[in-house]
Design a protein around this ligand. Structure first.
Ligand SMILES: N[C@@H](CCC(=O)N[C@@H](CS)C(=O)NCC(=O)O)C(=O)O
Length: 218
C-alpha cells in the first residue's frame, strides 16, 4: 500500500502527478505546512509539519513523505525516481544509461534550478507585494540563464529530456521549472523549454493534479 503525506499546494504535487501517470492507488494523508497556520501547535490545529504525529513520520518536518509498503521516503524528486523504477513502463528508465541520465537531470533540477526558481516564485508572485524584492528575483533570473540554455539545447535534440518519450525526468524537471514561470523572459530565450513545459502541462494527469491543488485553500 502506498501512502502520500502532504497537500497538493506543496512539493507533494510532484508525487500526486506521478502517481496518477502510473495509475497507482494510494492513501492520501493531508499534512499542511505549519507556516500556513496561525496556530500550528493549537489544540484544534490540523495535522501539520510541526505535529508530533507527523514528526514521527519525518523528523525533518517537511512534506512530502511516502510510505510504500513500509519503505518510508522523503524528498519529492527521489520519491518519483523510486516509484518510476519500481513500477516500470515508459516513464521509467529502460536501462542503466537512462537511469543515470534521469538521475542526473533530477539532481540538476534540485541543485542548480530549484534554489533560484523558488526565489522567482516568492519575489514575483508568492510574497505580499511589500515583501517582494525585485533585486532578488533579478539575481535568480540571471542565475538561471545558463541552466535554461543547457536545457533548451537538450530539448532541441528530441523534445524530451531522456530518450524519445515523456519520462519521470521530464516530470521532475517540469515541476521545478514551473516555479520560474513568473520570469517569462527566461522562456523567451529558451523556446524549446517553453514548448516542452506546455506539452508536459497539457498531460491529463498534470491537469488533474492542478485542479485538486486549486481546490485547496490558498
Ligand atoms: N527537498 C524537499 C523539500 C521539502 C519542502 O521544503 N517541503 C515544504 C513544503 S513544499 C515543507 O514541508 N515545509 C514545511 C514547513 O516549512 O513547515 C523535497 O523536495 O521534498
Amino acid at each position: 500500500m502506498l501512502t502520500i503525506y502532504g497537500v497538493y499546494r506543496s512539493r507533494a504535487s510532484r508525487n500526486f502527478w506521478l502517481a496518477d501517470e502510473l495509475g497507482l492507488a494510494y492513501r492520501h494523508v493531508p499534512v499542511i505546512q505549519a507556516y500556513r497556520l496561525a496556530e500550528p501547535d493549537g489544540a484544534g490545529a490540523p495535522l501539520n509539519t510541526r505535529s508530533a504525529e507527523f514528526r514521527a513520520v519525518n523528523p525533518n518536518g517537511q512534506i512530502p513523505v511516502i510510505d510504500d509498503d513500509g519503505l518510508r521516503l522523503h524528498q519529492s524528486l527521489a520519491i518519483n525516481l523510486h516509484l518510476a523504477r519500481k513500477h516500470g513502463g515508459p516513464l521509467a528508465p529502460a536501462d542503466l544509461a537512462e537511469d543515470g541520465l534521469m538521475t542526473m537531470w533530477t539532481y540538476w533540477a534540485a541543485a542548480d534550478v530549484e534554489p533560484h526558481a523558488i526565489q522567482i516564485l516568492y519575489h514575483r508572485v508568492g510574497k505580499p507585494p511589500a515583501e517582494r524584492d525585485p533585486a532578488i528575483a533579478k539575481a535568480a533570473v540571471d542565475a538561471l540563464r545558463t541552466p535554461f540554455a543547457a536545457l533548451n539545447t537538450e530539448l532541441g535534440k528530441r523534445g524530451f529530456i531522456v530518450g524519445d518519450r515523456f519520462t519521470v525526468a521530464d516530470l521532475n524537471v517540469a515541476e521545478v521549472v514551473r516555479y520560474a514561470m513568473p520570469a517569462q523572459e527566461l522562456f523567451d530565450e529558451a523556446p524549446h523549454v517553453r514548448a516542452w513545459l506546455a506539452a508536459c502541462q497539457a498531460r491529463p494527469a498534470f491537469a488533474a493534479m492542478m485542479a485538486k491543488r486549486e481546490a485547496e485553500p490558498a
